[in-house]
Design a binder for this molecule. Structure first.
Ligand SMILES: Cc1cc2nc3c(=O)[nH]c(=O)nc-3n(C[C@H](O)[C@H](O)[C@H](O)COP(=O)(O)OP(=O)(O)OC[C@H]3O[C@@H](n4cnc5c(N)ncnc54)[C@H](O)[C@@H]3O)c2cc1C
Length: 488
């Protein structure tokens, strides 16, 4: 049996495991447990043109428009045509998406979609419902939880395995396989304000970059307009589906912030995030006014639970305090339409990958769909791989280098200031100058503590973002370049 190593237990990794478990020996390596991933946090839903009045062509048109036509058209076509079939298959196997009272699937609407096409499950807990459903079908998979992938192994030009560390025993191990799959998600924790799970620290992109894999589109980071914000900190996402249901963005004077913008509160995320940041910089507070939504607590039980946990009096005020924060990275490890990276036998699926489907800005609810589609394409390709002889490599000794790294909070503050919602050429240069004295590129991951590794990986991702943004001298999609240096 072919040995397949999947790094990451989100929707992409788990769905791939479900497709390969009967024909391959699958090992799932994950930093935390099955419960730790962005997939488990996804709220709004998964986009698919399954409504009779909708079509893949319309879904493709919306995806391309949101991505500013920077998308790879073939990847978009693959997403919108393969995606609905995979969702139908999940429904046939018992995945329970929400239905209307008349028994029809209940399609929600989100920003920049021209049609109600967002399937959701358990209200606003779609990601958890879907990921747990897929995980419940994993019967023949070898799990290695609490295990961090540190470095990819490359021999004779092909990827042969990964060095991992058990976080409990601190033991280092080399795992070998015929296919090594990065499913490690994005890099939200580069920023101090983020919707992302704590385990999402750009590891897959950094590991791939270190062994010379092609990386692309790193300039494009999506900032979500509405994170629950209390005392300058963020406490999770307030799903866009709430604006799709009629909520509006207001300030402390009930001024409607998006009133003069085309598509108003459902404009693309980068447009909304920039308007909110500009309004905030003029000294205003930001709120989501939910007074137009009947049965809010029943329709959005996950958000309600989070608001109650943080004692937000939304039932009486009908307002939720919000601000923008880092959400999703469109760039990542370059792959073809089969999730193959530039290094043979190394695959990348889900958010860590850049197959070109999202272009310069992801259309809402397209990423869970891409997790399914990229995993399916990887499964087909891995099954067709010719078996290869893989010898177990030894961990080559490396000279010890004393790490010189920034503090995480300092890195995040600099990233927010210079790589955030609004960037400037001078700011990008200032960021790269600030980063240059640190030796994150020379360090050997296995010689670092877990905290040092996180910082080194985030520094590497930050440098890739800054350099890519510098090389993209105009505003495109989520990347907004302004001429003046942003004020603190
Ligand atoms: C709050 C929130 C809401 C969202 N809502 C939606 C939505 O409604 N619809 C939509 O389409 N998208 C949504 N998204 C985006 C979507 O959830 C993600 O893009 C998608 O789930 C990514 O899935 P993934 O499997 O690629 O990665 P993830 O689900 O992020 O999983 C990555 C896995 O890799 C593990 N890992 C990371 N590094 C290592 C390492 N070094 N070693 C071992 N394991 C590692 C992590 O612990 C995790 O298990 C949302 C995201 C967030 C954060």
């Amino acid at each position: 049996m072919k040995k397949v190593l999947i790094i990451g237990a989100g929707l992409a990794g788990c769905y791939l495991a479900s497709l390969l478990q009967d024909t391959c020996h699958v090992t799932m390596i994950t930093k935390g447990t099955q419960a730790d991933s962005n997939s488990m946090l996804a709220q709004g839903g998964i986009a698919a043109s399954l409504d009779p009045g909708d079509s893949p062509a319309e879904h493709a048109a919306d995806t391309l428009a949101a991505g500013q036509y920077h998308n790879r058209q073939t990847a978009v076509n693959q997403l919108v045509t393969t995606g609905p079939k995979l969702i139908q298959r999940l429904i046939t196997h018992g995945m329970a998406f929400d239905h209307q009272a008349n028994g029809q699937l209940d399609f929600g609407l989100e920003g920049a979609h021209s049609h109600h096409r967002i399937l959701h499950a358990n209200g606003d807990r779609t990601g958890a419902a879907l990921t747990k459903f897929v995980q419940s079908h994993l019967n023949h998979v070898h799990w290695q939880p609490h295990t961090t992938a540190l470095e990819l192994q490359r021999q004779n030009g092909i990827c042969t395995g990964v060095i991992v560390r058990n976080q409990r025993t601190h033991q280092i191990e080399i795992l070998s396989g015929e296919a090594i799959v990065l499913a490690t998600g994005g890099l939200g924790n580069l920023f101090p304000l983020t919707t992302n799970d704590a385990t999402i620290t750009g590891d897959g992109i950094a590991m791939a970059a270190r062994i010379g894999a092609a990386i692309s589109d790193m300039a494009f980071v999506q900032f979500h307009p509405t994170l629950l914000s209390l005392h300058g900190r963020c406490y999770g996402l307030i799903t866009e589906a709430i604006r799709g249901s009629g909520a509006i963005l207001v300030d402390e004077n009930d001024h409607r912030i998006m009133a003069d913008v085309l598509q108003k509160d459902l404009a693309p995320r980068d447009v909304v995030a920039r308007h909110l940041k500009a309004w905030q910089q003029r000294g205003h507070q930001l709120f989501l006014d939910i007074s137009a939504i009947p049965n809010f607590t029943q329709r959005f039980p996950g958000v309600t639970e989070n608001l109650d946990r943080h004692h937000v009096p939304f039932r009486s005020t009908h307002r939720i305090p919000i601000q923008p924060g880092a959400h999703f990275v469109m760039g990542g490890v370059t792959t073809d339409l089969s999730a193959q990276t530039s290094i043979p036998h190394l695959f990348a699926i889900g958010e860590v990958a850049c197959n070109g489907v999202h272009g310069a800005n992801r259309l809402a609810s397209n990423s869970l769909l891409d997790c399914l589609v990229s995993a399916k394409k990887a499964a087909d390709k891995i099954q067709a791989l010719q078996p290869t002889e893989i010898g177990k490599a030894a961990v080559a000794a490396k000279p010890a280098i004393t790490p010189h790294l920034p503090e995480l909070a300092d890195l995040q503050a600099h990233a927010w200031r210079y790589l955030g919602v609004v960037r400037t050429p001078a700011g990008l240069k200032a960021f790269l100058d600030w980063l240059s004295p640190f030796n994150y590129r020379q360090l050997s991951p296995r010689q670092l503590t877990a905290d040092q590794l996180t910082i080194a990986n985030l520094c590497l991702c930050a440098s890739l973002i800054a350099k890519a943004a510098f090389a993209e001298p105009k505003s495109l999609g989520a990347h907004y370049l302004e001429e003046t240096v942003p004020s603190r």
